[in-house]
Design a protein around this ligand. Structure first.
Ligand SMILES: Cc1cc2nc3c(=O)[nH]c(=O)nc-3n(C[C@H](O)[C@H](O)[C@H](O)COP(=O)(O)OP(=O)(O)OC[C@H]3O[C@@H](n4cnc5c(N)ncnc54)[C@H](O)[C@@H]3O)c2cc1C
Length: 286
């Protein structure tokens, strides 16, 4: 299908991009890799009068790794993440999740900012952002805001962004050595969006009991979820068979997914329990 007509501009700075968005009063949209926006134009789901291409804004392409965590610029692509060997140490859960995103060609163009702004409830990065309590930095005419990932996602394809704002980066808290983690996803074919996925991590006290657990669920609600009831099951316990079985049942009970064309809600409810169970087995195995 042909795209609707639009103007196109390719600024070189964040300030310029934001000024262009503000001047067009909701009629302009940022363009990252075009992996979701271009199909949306083709299907007339979106019809902006102006596309503000962010590809020349070099400050959005940085991957920063420091003692306080990892920051990914909005124009960092999936491929950049998978090729940066430092991230295997600095944030192995992120790398494990991004390994499930789409296919080779899409990973060459799809970006961190595009995925967060698109807010697909079955996408991996929004799920990892919520699981890890990441912060999302956005910049608009009024200045910068730092939002907790849990407050950023408001529903399917809906976020807290205002029309003049762009995402500049996402910040993940530091990842201690020896942290246990698991990411398990079920999709019909490799590279498809998840039918359901579980992302989780925990640290261990001197007795080997789980502390500070974070458990996230992808694809089972209108946005990614933190499963705090499952975290309570894990904290203070050794992650072994009995705890894992309880966590599985608790995860299933905690969600109420709707039926859709891909699966029934009942199926997804069972599936998320299985994903949590498998992710915990992986984490426990180290
Ligand atoms: C066949 C196929 C399979 C896929 N499978 C998966 C999958 O398994 N898992 C997954 O997570 N994703 C998947 N994707 C999505 C893909 O990985 C991209 O991340 C996603 O489409 C976003 O694309 P993009 O970065 O090119 O952003 P674009 O398509 O350019 O933009 C997407 C939206 O974000 C807005 N936007 C872009 N950048 C910014 C910014 N910095 N600030 C504010 N708004 C911004 C745009 O205006 C637009 O509304 C798939 C895509 C395709 C086509």
């Amino acid at each position: 299908m042909k795209l609707p007509p639009f103007e196109y501009i390719c600024p070189a700075s964040i300030a310029e991009a934001v000024a262009l968005l503000a001047a067009h009063d909701g009629e302009a949209k940022p363009l990252a890799g075009g992996q979701s926006l271009v199909p949306m134009l083709a299907f007339r789901v979106a019809a902006p009068s102006l596309l503000v291409d962010l590809r020349k804004v070099s400050e959005l392409r940085q991957i920063r790794i420091a003692d306080d965590g990892v920051a990914l610029g909005a124009m960092v692509r999936w491929r950049d993440i998978l090729e940066d060997a430092r991230l295997l140490q600095a944030h192995p859960l992120l790398v494990a999740a991004v390994g499930h995103v789409a296919h080779y060609q899409i990973r060459n163009r799809g970006t961190v900012g595009g995925s967060l702004a698109h807010a697909d409830p079955a996408a991996e990065l929004p799920g990892i952002a919520v699981t890890c309590a990441a912060k999302i930095v956005v910049v608009g005419q009024a200045g910068a805001r730092v939002l907790a990932a849990e407050d950023f996602f408001r529903g399917p394809l809906t976020t807290a962004l205002t029309p003049d704002e762009i995402i500049t980066e996402i910040r993940f808290p530091a990842w201690p050595a020896r942290r246990r983690f698991g990411f398990v996803e079920f999709a019909r074919r490799r590279g498809d969006f998840a039918l359901a996925a579980a992302a989780l991590f925990y640290d261990q006290d001197d007795d080997g009991k789980a502390v500070g657990s974070h458990v996230g669920a992808i694809g089972v609600a209108d946005r990614p979820l933190r499963l705090t009831a499952v975290e309570q099951v894990l904290n203070g316990n050794i992650v072994a068979a009995a705890t894992i079985a309880k966590a599985e049942a608790t995860a299933s009970a905690a969600v109420d997914p709707p039926d859709d064309i891909h699966a029934t809600g009942r199926y997804r409810k069972t599936l998320i329990g299985v994903m949590v169970e498998r992710a915990l087995r992986r984490a426990a195995a180290g």
